[in-house]
Design a protein around this ligand. Structure first.
Ligand code: NAD
Length: 259
């Protein structure tokens, strides 16, 4: 039996990639696609329900796993609806505020909910080894993160860069709220020891590059992840969707639960 998928943001860069991959997968099927009112969904071109209102669409897809790559406001509204109807949901959207993340956690107690700012296996393995590297290198190494993305990306720094920075902060027993530095300009003085720099570069059609720099006395380590295409993220979202089809509510799931 194939798993029905409802895609929100289906006309977007990520949503259309996910829709194409669902069409190619034998164990999944497109139940419905939706986007904002007035957005042309015909270029997605699949034979399924289409719509622009989740409240109308979701009751027609009772078992569907919702896959959403949109905006924080849109994803939250869809997550609220999915929680009321009990549909599992996979969110790839980035840029949630701390308050919005709390609301996602509340919805996750009611129905199965997954959120990951980066669905790639490589980034999630990097997140796994980063705490150990941070602890092994110790206080003599300054850590900064630089990310590069295409010129149409709306949020900065990227959700992945923030997750990497959080991961470093946790390994050091710091909080990112106290130690994150997102801007350096003018006579700023010496770099504080207790600081994690996070810088964003925007331009062209770069899918996504993240580098973590460990800068120590007389040497430097650079860990770089380069995404070559959006398919990598879309495949990760579908891997999460397959797993979420059988998941129970209780916690906000992340990629490490799935891997
Ligand atoms: P995009 O602008 O190409 O697509 C977003 C789509 O969402 C658009 O078609 C837009 O019309 C639609 N949308 C917006 N509001 C909506 C609403 N209220 N209802 C229905 N549809 C709505 O953007 P994108 O490059 O596809 O990225 C989308 C999000 O996914 C961003 O937050 C981005 O940072 C994130 N992203 C995450 C990953 C990951 O691995 N988690 C990878 C790439 C991008």
């Amino acid at each position: 039996m194939s798993i029905p998928i409802l895609i929100v943001g289906a006309a977007g860069r990520m949503g259309s990639t996910v829709a194409r991959l669902v069409g190619d997968a034998g164990d999944l099927r497109l139940a419905a696609v939706m986007d904002r009112p007035g957005v042309d969904l015909s270029r997605v071109g699949y034979d399924c329900l289409t719509g622009e209102n989740i409240e109308e669409l979701l009751p027609q897809c009772p078992k569907a796993v919702v896959v959403d790559f949109t905006s924080p406001e849109a994803s939250l509204a869809v997550a609220g609806c999915a929680a009321r109807h009990g549909n599992p949901m996979v969110i790839g959207t980035t840029g949630f505020s701390p308050e919005q993340r709390k609301r996602l956690e509340e919805y996750a107690r009611v129905s199965p909910l997954f959120w990951s700012p980066n669905m790639s296996v490589g980034v999630n393995v990097l997140l796994k080894v980063l705490p150990e590297l941070t602890r092994l290198l110790g206080d003599a190494y300054d850590i900064d993160i630089v990310e590069l993305h295409h010129n149409r990306k709306k949020d900065a720094p990227s959700g992945t860069a923030l997750r990497l920075a959080e991961c470093v902060a946790e390994a050091k027993d710091w909080t990112l709220a106290e130690t994150g530095c997102y801007h350096r300009e003018g006579i700023i003085g010496e770099r504080p020891k207790k600081e994690i720099g996070v810088q964003a570069v925007r331009g062209g059609d770069i899918v996504g590059v993240h580098t973590v720099y460990f800068m120590g006395p007389g040497e430097r380590i650079e860990l770089t992840h380069q995404a070559h295409s959006r398919e990598n993220f879309a495949q990760g979202a579908l891997r999460a969707a397959r797993w979420m089809a059988g998941a129970k509510p209780g916690k906000l799931y992340a990629m490490h639960d799935v891997l």
